[in-house]
Design a protein around this ligand. Structure first.
Ligand code: ADP
Ligand code: ASP
Ligand code: MG
Length: 454
């Protein structure tokens, strides 16, 4: 063989087969001869799990654009599972509809109503894909084997069987799954996972299907240092750790539902949050980012309300009595502050989701009567701002600087709570936007340098 000899090798991927074409050529006298062979293998295909949020599937044109994007993934030879949200503001519209017909709708019927939103999108997307020559099938959460506990409206995924999903993938189909829903295997009732729950569906499915990652397509370019809709100076983060993202999500950064981040962390599934409007990379939520930020961002939350029990006898067992009753009623208490005691009594304030405030008020009044507390106040006009950063625990001065930034902006802090990587302050609802901007100006995240306490 001469030095003209060459070898080429090319990988190909089609609907159900993938493999390698190897070829080469050599010269024999004045004749070039070629050889080639193909080797078929299943090993190089991977499963891509994508989730498209409400804005990304808001109308027929957007659904068609999503279908085009999915066709591209399929053309690259990957299997694809797509989780969809309800179109645009459908879920809000359904909630408003329910409120028009009933003051107190049964949780079961709410879930029957709300799950319809995602069901519309899944069928339309499957139609658009089939039109593009991509065989596709849609499944409700229940059909996809997404099993949950029984709590309507905020059910937790307990297991994913995913049998029909796997069968359809094996048949060469793109699989579309309705997000935000599952089924309680005991009662056979459908359930919803709480607002933003399609994120949880997607990451849990990615874990169940052993995908390498989960892509969350949304209406912003990624996770920003604050909600870009209220902080114009917010920057996109290239990477953020699971721990920080959990604090940001729990603090109100709705771009990812916190339970989806918990799944990502538990099952080691990196999450890529990115725009559905272009192809630029977004933010990777993962175990260990390349650069560890001291301050990663600021989240805000306007969905809580504050309850204060005044004149509580300052004795052992009182806090247990108040919070025990709230826990028995299944209420989620977030921040708790107990004032310094004077005259043998003290005040206890706590926050709960605004949706549960009347229940919390009723329970608190009953307990107040039993323990001899003076009165109960409720304030629904509050908001919470949270500064988050993994480097906070090893950098003194962050708390002091937070409080100074808020006081310089004329903002009164009503409650404070901290974790090792978060400082949260409750402020008046109409000052939330100013508070987030004041903290963003003061810290200018992401802060990578060592200078934060300076
Ligand atoms: P989807 O319908 O795609 O699930 P969501 O409305 O649930 O989208 O989440 C995206 C929204 O999250 C953005 O439009 C943005 O206003 C809000 N958001 C809040 N905090 C952040 C943040 N830190 N980074 C990016 N977006 C954020
Ligand atoms: N449609 C549901 C909601 O609006 C779930 C989701 O979009 O993730 O909360
Ligand atoms: Mg969302």
């Amino acid at each position: 063989m001469s030095n003209l000899e060459g070898v080429v090798r090319r990988q190909w991927r089609t609907d159900r087969t993938c493999g390698v074409v190897s070829g080469g050529f050599w010269r024999s006298g004045r004749v070039f001869r070629i050889w080639w062979q193909t080797v078929q293998t299943d090993a190089v295909m991977s499963i891509v799990v994508q989730k498209y949020g409400g804005t990304s599937v808001a109308d027929p044109d957007r659904i068609k654009a999503v279908a085009d994007r999915i066709r591209t993934v399929r053309d690259q030879g990957d299997d694809v599972v797509v989780v969809v949200s309800a179109m645009g503001k459908t879920t809000d519209e359904f909630l408003a509809l329910a409120a028009e017909v009933s003051d107190d709708p049964l949780p079961r019927e709410m879930d029957m109503l709300l799950t319809a939103g995602e069901r519309i999108t899944m069928a339309l997307l499957a139609m658009a894909l089939n039109d593009r020559g991509v065989p596709a099938v849609s499944y409700t959460g229940s059909q996809a084997g997404i099993l949950t506990d029984s709590s309507h409206g905020e059910a937790r995924i307990t297991r994913i069987t995913g049998e029909r999903v796997k069968e359809s993938l094996a048949d060469g189909k793109a699989v579309i799954v309705a997000g935000f829903q599952g089924v309680d295997p005991e009662s056979k009732e459908v359930t919803t996972l709480g607002r933003g729950g399609s994120d949880a569906t997607a990451v849990a499915l990615a874990a169940a299907l052993e995908a390498d990652a989960c892509e969350i397509y949304t209406d912003v370019d990624g996770v920003f240092t604050a909600d870009p809709r209220i902080v114009p100076a917010a920057r996109k983060l290239d990477e953020v750790s699971f721990d920080e993202m959990l604090e940001l999500s729990a603090g109100g950064a709705g771009v990812l539902m916190s339970r989806s981040v918990e799944f990502g962390r538990r099952f080691h599934i990196p999450i890529h949050v990115r725009s559905s409007f272009h192809d630029a990379p977004g933010t990777w939520v993962k175990e260990t980012p390349m650069e560890q930020a001291i301050i990663s961002g600021i989240a805000h939350d306007r969905s809580e309300a504050k309850v204060t029990v005044n004149g509580v006898p300052d004795q052992p067992g009182i806090a247990a009595a108040v919070f025990g009753e709230l826990a028995d009623a299944g209420l989620n208490v977030d921040m708790i502050v107990q004032n310094v005691s004077h005259d043998g009594t003290t005040d206890i304030s706590f926050t709960v989701p605004r949706a549960n405030v009347s229940e919390a008020e009723t329970i608190s009044k009953q307990v107040a009567d039993e323990i001899g507390a003076r009165s109960v106040d409720v304030d629904t006009e509050i908001g919470k701002v949270s500064l988050v950063g993994a480097g906070m625990k090893s950098h003194p001065g962050v708390a002091a600087r937070t409080f100074k930034a808020l006081s310089d902006a004329g903002i009164n802090i009503e409650m404070i709570s901290t974790s090792t990587i978060r400082i949260s302050c409750v402020v008046k609802a109409d000052q939330v936007e100013a508070a987030v901007n004041a903290l963003h100006d003061a810290f200018d995240p992401p802060v990578i340098s060592e200078e934060v306490g300076a």
